[in-house]
Design a protein around this ligand. Structure first.
Ligand code: GAP
Length: 481
């Protein structure tokens, strides 16, 4: 692979070609930063979700999971600070009175430059834009717009206002009648966390939970992102896997360190290489946090945030207490005290985790020999995450071999996902299974009829061994546990 940009493009194409990810509503040319998961992608995504859910809930006595609604009372978002602080920059043209998202405006200008054959210049401008956006440098962005002669497509002038903030939440209307004003306005949640905070006491009381304890949740979140050109890295509709861990005030530092370590170990337990991970400690903290870091992953677009660990103090529960006028306190029988718990949050994007797993697994291999050129694309997915665990392939379509293959599948399919294929030469079928990351291919041949053995082929080494049919299920189960 020539470079990481090529690798990223190759992964995007591969995801489409093999049914992992499609652009949303593609027949209408897609919708920017929105994607659909295909038949393979949906399985892989679900397996990641299940792995996270099990590690949080089943493997911790003191963490339970919930599934809160996407719509929440609008005051939730005033209390959380999202109405006032969750913003992105916009600019107005004084002649046309038209308002633009700064990134859209610059991107449209870049497209014009590309049409003029000024590709490098356009790329340079977009990189500069991303750099300035990341720093909230609005003066720098306005200067970029003026220096590059960006014009309003309607008035044709560069008579721009200063850049102002614009809220990233998607709003819609509740109820049958659309009325003027904000009365009916509800938001599509921009994070799942608030669904946990507003249910803190419901869960604590009904579950008889004692601090420290956690509430986990997986669900959709929506953000009207402004930098949205990075495949599923930054989407407008995405999924989060979040856990809020409620602790006694004063103990948050040790729990923060605990969860940093736990979460890194979770990633490594999937067999993802440690060198692809690093912590990035936040120097500039959000107003609600007393410590925060990102777990960064080495994506083909560089080291970038995959997960956030935040020590959120008692900010969220205190704000909900203030706005709802309902006490959000816990009585700690060990110290005979009432308090609003402090919270350590672990928050990972499911789609970003998907991208991390896929980009780490994707390999183009040259298998040429002096006699014959050959290559393969293999997805070395962790076996427990692979969409299909075992393909069963009759060597030929006759002489009862397909029936034996189907019998093997019948015996295994309730334990793990199997796949039957009889078309094409066996080598071609192996390649197709490599491309979707199937860890085991089982071939049924004439010897199977004689001694009830099959060959099992290991995806990564391509080694094959002869094993009794009766051993197959336990071999696969051992690899995916
Ligand atoms: N509740 C805290 C919170 O939402 P965040 O850092 O804004 O914190 C947490 O988001 C995680 O959600 C990120 O680390 C990232 O993995 C994922 N995420 C955030 N915005 C995303 C987007 N637009 N597309 C895909 N994933 C996103």
């Amino acid at each position: 692979m020539a470079n990481d940009t090529n690798k990223f493009q190759a992964i995007i194409s591969h995801c489409k070609e093999y049914g992992f990810i499609f652009p949303s509503s593609e027949i209408y040319d897609g919708l920017q930063a929105v994607y659909d998961y295909g038949q393979m992608g949906a399985e892989l995504k679900k397996n990641i979700k299940d792995y996270w859910w099990k590690s949080m809930t089943q493997l911790h006595d003191n963490i339970v999971g919930i599934d809160a609604a996407i719509f929440m009372h609008p005051t939730t978002w005033k209390a959380s600070g999202h109405v006032d602080n969750f913003n992105d920059p916009m600019i107005d043209n004084k002649d046309s009175k038209k308002r633009y998202r700064v990134d859209h405006l610059i991107e449209a200008h870049a497209e014009l430059m590309e049409k003029d054959g000024r590709d490098d210049e356009a790329k340079g401008m977009l990189n500069e834009m991303d750099r300035l956006l990341a720093k909230d440098d609005f003066e720098g962005l306005k200067k970029l717009i003026l220096d590059r002669g960006v014009k309003c497509p309607i008035s044709g002038t560069s008579n721009w206002t200063d850049i102002r903030q614009f809220n990233l939440m998607f709003a819609t209307e509740f109820g049958a009648v659309s009325e003027e004003g904000d009365d009916n306005k509800v938001y599509l949640r921009p994070e799942t966390a608030q669904g946990i905070f507003v249910n803190f006491l419901n869960v604590q009381k009904t579950g008889r939970m004692k601090i420290p304890f956690g509430i986990a949740q997986i669900g959709k979140a929506f953000r009207n992102e402004i930098v949205a050109r990075q495949f599923i890295f930054r989407m407008r509709e995405f999924e989060q896997m979040e856990m809020q861990f409620f602790v006694r005030p004063g103990t948050q530092k040790e729990w923060y360190e605990y969860w940093k370590e736990q979460r890194l170990q979770w990633h490594l337990s999937l067999g993802l290489p440690a060198e692809n991970y690093r912590f990035h400690d936040h120097i500039k903290l959000a107003h609600y946090a007393d410590a925060a870091c990102d777990i960064e992953f080495n994506f083909p677009i560089g080291f970038k945030e995959l997960e956030g660990i935040h020590s959120r103090t008692d900010f969220d529960l205190s704000r909900h207490q203030e706005f709802s006028k309902k006490k959000q306190q816990y009585f700690d029988t060990e110290i005979n005290q009432n308090y609003i718990p402090y919270v350590i949050e672990t928050s990972i994007g499911l789609d970003r985790m998907f991208l991390a797993v896929v980009s780490n697994s994707y390999e183009e291999q040259d298998l040429s020999t002096p006699e014959k050129p050959d290559s393969r694309v293999v997805m070395k997915l962790p076996a427990k995450l692979a969409p299909i665990k075992m393909a069963v392939l009759p060597l030929v379509k006759k002489d009862g071999l397909p029936d034996i293959a189907r019998e093997i599948i019948k015996d295994c399919r309730s334990s793990f996902r199997c796949f039957f294929e009889e078309k094409d030469a066996i080598g071609k079928r192996y390649r197709r299974m490599d491309a979707i990351g199937t860890p085991f291919c089982v071939t049924v041949d004439y010897q199977t009829k004689e001694d009830n053995t099959v060959t099992i082929r290991h995806r990564d080494s391509m080694e094959q061994e002869r094993v009794p049919v009766s051993k197959l299920k336990e071999m696969v189960l051992a690899a995916i546990e």
